[in-house]
Every structure is written in C-alpha cells, then in structure tokens.
Write a protein that binds this ligand. Structure first.
Ligand code: PXP
Length: 241
C-alpha cells in the first residue's frame, strides 16, 4: 500500500519568518504521525532558511515512524546524515535563490560521484533516494548510483496550467514509473501534489510513498493540521498498491 510522508519544512518557514520559537516543527511532526503519516520529511538546506539542525536532531529523537532527510550532495550534509542517521536520505539539487526545489537532480555523468557519496550512507544502513525528473536517461543513471529509491519530481505536472500540458507531464511520470520498476528501483512521488492532482495516481501501482508538504500545511490553516494530514493519509490509503 502506498503511504504518505509529510514534509514539515513549511512549519519551520513560518517560525523563521520571526526567527522565533513557534510554530514548532517537532510538534507538527508528532501531530502528523498521530494523524496517519507514515514518515516525516525535512529538507535541511545549506542556507538553513527553514529547517534548522536542531529540528532534524529532535525529530529524529522523538519520531515514532521514520525520518527522511532531504539534502544536497555536499560533504557537510553527508556528515550530518551520518551523525543523525535518518531512515532515508533523498538527494536534491539546491540553488540559493530558488523559492523551492525547482527541478530534479542531474545524475547523468555523476554516477560514480553519487555512488561514492552514498557509500558511507549505505554502510550505516540508511536508504538512499534521488529526486529526479521523469526522464529515462536520469533513471538509467540513478540505477548506476546504487540508490534504492527515486523520487520522481511531480512539480511540472502539478504546475501545468493547461490541460494538454498536464497530460503530457503525467504521461512522462507514468512511463518513468514503469521504467524504474523494471530496473528494480522503488518509486516515490513528490512536489506540488495536492488533494486533487494526486488523484491521477489513484490506480497506478508500484508507488511506495507520496512526499507532500505545501498542500497539507496550506489546508491546515483552515481545518487544522490533524484533519489536513488525516484527509491526505486516508486518500492515499485508497490508492492501488
Ligand atoms: N519532494 C522534494 C524533493 C521536495 O524538495 C519537496 C519540497 O520541499 C517536496 C517533495 C514536497 O513538495 P510540496 O511541499 O510541494 O508538497
């Protein structure tokens, strides 16, 4: 059964807007778990614009499910992952000026570099995922890195305003899921997914996890975090295995 993993970065974004102490992402992570999240995701960015090192540490300590750490493939982040030992790391590209992660990681030509980067992480028993675009060449390269998972970037699909373009982007994702499963990769999806556009994947088999932050936190403003997570978790639970 596919599961929901909840990204709590936006809770930290709100806290950092005042550089204060609330809202607390650790509490949000706990509440998300109570409401049915199977895991918690944080993205520790190099510029520390939202999640801070102490958030990662505290969520790891208090989490009852599993912690996934999104991070850039840098020496500093590798050290933090080895120290904190999340259940999974997901490598993402990072640009300082972007509002959010804008595209997938380029794995082509970096297979050996990424394999070497992941080696000590794998040695600790931490699973690895690569956030990539729905592109056959990226999938081919991802296999060669030794990562067990890919997370297919659903942002282009989610952002597409025009019906036909959305269909094109969806088709790329569906083809990539089939291709990735065929070469033994496990597949997660994430970026820009909400309570409506996620329904396109309802009958698609072979998706392990949905990684969702923004739409859940946006809904939480109106209905509360518990209800927002519960609604998404229940939706995902109705999806094909
Ligand atoms: N997956 C990755 C790799 C991301 O960078 C993000 C955004 O932080 C997400 C999933 C979640 O995207 P959203 O907040 O749009 O649900």
């Amino acid at each position: 059964m596919p599961v929901l993993v909840v990204n709590v970065d936006h809770v930290a974004t709100l806290r950092q807007a005042r550089m204060g102490i609330e809202p607390e992402p650790v509490t949000a992570a706990y509440m998300a778990e109570q409401a049915g999240a199977t895991g918690i995701i944080v993205h520790l960015r190099e510029d520390r614009r939202h999640i801070q090192d102490r958030d990662v540490r505290l969520i790891k300590e208090t989490c009852n499910t599993r912690l996934h750490l999104e991070m850039a493939a840098t020496k500093e982040m590798q050290g933090i992952a080895l120290d904190i030992e999340p259940e999974m790391v997901c490598l993402v590209p990072e640009k300082r000026k972007e509002l959010t992660t804008e595209g997938g990681l380029n794995c082509i030509g970096r297979e050996t570099e990424l394999r070497d980067f992941l080696a000590p992480i794998h040695e600790k028993g931490i699973r690895a995922s690569l956030f990539i675009d729905a592109d056959p060449k990226q999938i081919e390269a991802a296999v060669a890195t030794g990562a067990e998972f890919i997370e297919i970037h659903t942002g282009h699909y989610s952002d597409a305003k025009e019906y036909r373009q959305r269909g094109v982007e969806l088709d790329k994702i569906l083809k990539s899921i089939t291709l990735a499963k065929g070469v033994g990769l496990k597949v997660n999806l994430g970026h820009g997914l909400n309570y409506r556009n996620i329904l396109s994947f309802k009958n698609v088999s072979g998706i392990s996890e949905y990684s969702i932050g923004h739409s859940i936190m946006a809904r939480a403003i109106y209905v509360g975090l518990d209800r927002a997570v519960r609604d998404m978790a229940e939706l995902v639970r109705t999806f094909t295995d």
